[in-house]
Design a protein around this ligand. Structure first.
Ligand code: HEM
Length: 416
């Protein structure tokens, strides 16, 4: 994205490293503004104030139906199948289709269901941390922050161990691929075709070798009638794998970085592990693993914060900007792991409120508490300004997180 009226590159490395001063200025001066959205070749409104975003997330005249957006909203008339299947998921569909899709899987993600999995999550966490013992420097992102949610969602869905790394490679291409161009379109199409073949393969495996995972349950739902088409089944497995991999990794990765940036808060959590629940809410608010909503469009003319939004206009709800709104959060730029109340919008709101919120909260809490207890002296292994962010505006996450696990060694005096 690039700002239409200002010289600011919202995809650039400097902006990605710290977008918050810009959001603060926009909230103050131009709370709703237009940007050019890369890939769409069009403009979209960006909304930055908390109250305006809450209103918009509850607005039934804002649709997130991506296929409708591309066809009715003045975009492409026809969308090739490899793009269409992946664009027609629960989060990019309106009710009643959205509710039908969500009802098929919501039971697997309820707080009580997730609570039952916490023992297994603790076990995986301990195994991953044991592997780090005795090592000096590690890339905490790959070896812990990503590894944990990847194993958990794969086990929930029933993805065999040997096939898990492949999905991550598809994701890196899809989310961090080259900038928009004809080449990106062609290579993106090829990546999607391969990924759909891979997802088809997982679904066929669970048709012939059922287990107690979610793919098997969805296959049974598909076979029981018209509740789920084959394309919807592929879209569902895609969305759950994507959301399971690519969000919690950022909660853990960005969370560790924020705690290292605020050592007093890391020490506080180390001394008071019982603060982990409010700490996770605060890390969600402060680090925003998902920066903004999926793109919406107005099905009729509406107003947001007094600004007229014309029919078919696109809208991006900048959750990360809302979560630092000083009108709602006292000392909004400060990380306070005991913050209360904390009505952040990190998981969205309304009909698309994050289905995986209980799972993400539980995984984040177990992971960060265990890590901080085991390695309280951990520190960055590179200078702070060398920390690199991934080139994705929706999901804000680190490219890597080089960490020294032990305390800083004191320089030996020559006389000793
Ligand atoms: C820290 C981790 C996570 C964050 C910050 C997060 C954030 C969000 C947000 C902001 C939305 C709403 C998007 C919108 O309205 O445009 C959403 C939706 C969704 N999330 Fe998450 N998410 C996380 C983890 C997960 C996990 C682990 C799963 C499980 C697979 C998951 C599954 C979903 C699904 C399926 C939806 C769509 C719900 C619907 O459309 O009804 N998320 N998430």
């Amino acid at each position: 994205m690039t700002q239409a009226n200002e010289a600011i590159d919202m995809q650039g490395p400097e902006f990605r490293a710290d977008p918050y001063p810009f959001y603060a200025r926009m909230r103050r001066e131009t709370p709703i503004f237009k940007v050019k959205v890369s890939g769409f070749g069009r403009e979209a409104w960006v909304v930055t104030r908390y109250d305006d975003i809450v209103g918009a997330l509850k607005e039934p005249k804002l649709s997130s139906d991506m296929v409708r957006l591309r066809t009715e909203g003045g975009g492409a008339r026809w969308i090739p199948r490899p793009f269409r299947i992946l664009a027609k998921t629960m989060v990019t569909t309106d009710d009643p289709d959205h509710a039908r899709l969500r009802n098929l899987v919501h039971k697997g993600f309820t707080p009580s269901m997730v609570e039952r999995m916490s023992g297994r999550v603790q076990e995986i966490t301990d195994e991953l941390l044991t592997k780090l013992e005795g090592r000096d420097t590690v890339n905490l992102l790959e070896e812990f922050a990503l590894a944990l949610p990847m194993i958990v969602i794969s086990e929930m869905l029933g993805v065999p161990e040997g096939q898990r790394a492949k999905f991550r490679r598809f994701m890196l291409h899809l989310l961090d691929g080259p900038p928009p161009s004809m080449w990106r379109l062609i290579s993106g199409m090829a990546n999607n075709i391969r990924m759909i073949r891979y997802l088809d393969g997982l679904i066929n495996l669970r048709r012939t070798e059922p287990d107690d995972g979610l793919i098997t349950a969805l296959v049974a739902a598909e076979q029981s009638g018209d509740r789920l088409s084959q394309d919807e089944l592929v879209g569902m497995v895609f969305l759950l794998l994507l959301a399971g991999h690519e969000t919690t990794v950022n909660l853990i990765g960005n969370g560790v970085l924020a705690l290292l940036d605020n050592r007093d808060q890391l020490d506080r959590l180390h001394e008071h592990p019982e603060l982990i629940k409010p700490a996770i809410e605060e890390l969600l608010r402060h680090t925003n693993p998902v920066q903004h909503s999926v793109i919406r469009f107005a099905t009729e003319e509406i107003e947001i914060g007094g600004m007229p939004i014309a029919k078919s206009d696109r809208v991006i709800l900048m959750l990360a900007a809302a979560n630092r709104d000083e009108a709602v959060f006292a000392n909004s730029e400060t990380l306070d792991i005991a913050r209360d109340p904390n009505r952040h919008l990190g998981f969205g709101l309304g009909i698309h409120f994050c289905l995986g919120a209980p799972l993400a909260r539980m995984e984040g809490a177990i992971a960060l508490n265990a890590l901080v207890q085991k390695f309280p002296d951990m520190r960055l292994a590179v200078p702070r300004d060398k920390v690199k962010w991934r080139p994705n505006s929706l999901l804000r996450g680190l490219a890597e997180l080089p960490i020294k696990l032990g305390p800083e060694k004191k320089e030996r005096s020559l006389a000793a």
